[in-house]
Unconditional design. Structure first.
Length: 69
């Protein structure tokens, strides 16, 4: 019987969580927060790549200055 009560309690908690998420999903500030989190993740992922691209840009710039037309 205790297992059945725990299962009902878990379903109730899950339903409350689903309701909370659904309410937040309709708020503009939640979308703003999600966009900021996504931007932060992109920056963290792109940071090492940006350093490599910066070195490539410097090297290519030096190459174009050094070579003649």
């Amino acid at each position: 019987m205790a297992d059945h009560e725990n299962l009902n309690k878990e379903k109730t908690m899950l339903d409350k969580f689903k309701g909370w998420v659904a309410k937040r999903f309709t708020e503009r500030t939640s979308w703003d927060g999600a966009a900021l989190i996504a931007l932060g993740i992109v920056v963290l992922i792109a940071k090492p790549l940006a350093g490599i691209l910066a070195y490539a840009a410097i090297a290519y710039g030096a190459w174009t200055i050094w070579k003649s037309e």
